[in-house]
Design a protein around this ligand. Structure first.
Ligand code: TYD
Length: 210
């Protein structure tokens, strides 16, 4: 039996992390076996790579180095955590995956989505998500939300110019058009509770035949 690999994507401040946790709790209460995890990170080695990538003092990090580090963290997380869970029939909810690299490094950093896809193909082999929820929020609104939430840690990518985040937004729209079967867009402008409801419905519809 294989489980379901569901990824949550979107720009900064879309609320996806909070919503992912709420959906994981809800599904667990309903009796599903669920793991909630995140990228970059989720396991010790990948969390260490995360701290190198996101350290605000690492201003000289080259774009390709950044892309390779994300791919390396992804590989280790997949092998150590995601694949074993899927093998046991669990539902894996993962905060960000390959689409983040395509959007942030491929498009916004200008490395090219096809180039970044290639290194990720090496990292993930053929393990693409079964379903991806894209939390759609305009960059200026997302960044305002982050600023309003003073508890949230600011990382190196949060510090990018608004243009960078607009490119990320644009990239996600390109990906939505490219993978219409896999990626489902969710309007993230309403309240977190409403967005959570929409996301929960999508996930339930997808796993409904389990
Ligand atoms: P995080 O604090 O988890 O941000 P968020 O709550 O927005 O998910 O930090 C992850 C950052 O790393 C975020 O700015 C997006 C970025 N990122 C990439 O640039 N490429 C990637 O492949 C991944 C997984 C994340």
């Amino acid at each position: 039996m294989t489980g379901y690999f569901i990824t949550f994507e979107g720009g900064e401040g879309a609320g996806k992390t909070t919503i992912l946790q709420a959906i994981a709790n809800q599904l667990t209460e309903e009796g599903y076996e669920v793991i909630a995890t995140r990228e970059p990170g989720g396991i010790e080695i990948a969390e260490k790579i995360r701290s190198v990538i996101l350290d605000p003092s690492h201003t000289s990090m080259d774009g390709r180095t950044e892309a390779l580090l994300y791919a390396a963290a992804r590989r280790q997380h997949l092998v150590e955590k995601v694949l074993p869970a899927l093998k046991h029939g669990k539902i894996v909810l993962c905060d960000r995956f390959i689409d983040s690299s395509l959007a942030y490094q491929g498009h916004a950093r200008g490395l090219g989505m096809d180039e970044v896809y290639k290194i990720n193909e090496f990292a993930i082999e053929d393990c693409m998500p079964d379903l991806t929820l894209l939390f759609d929020i305009k960059p200026d609104e997302g960044l305002n939300r982050i600023q309003a939430n003073s508890c949230r840690e600011k990382n190196r990518l949060d510090l990018e110019e608004i243009r960078f985040h607009e490119m990320v937004y644009e990239a996600y729209q390109l990906l939505l058009n490219k993978f219409p079967q896999r990626i489902h867009s969710i309007d993230a402008h309403p309240s977190i509770a409403e967005v959570e409801q929409q996301a929960y419905k999508k996930v339930k519809a997808f796993i409904g035949n389990m």
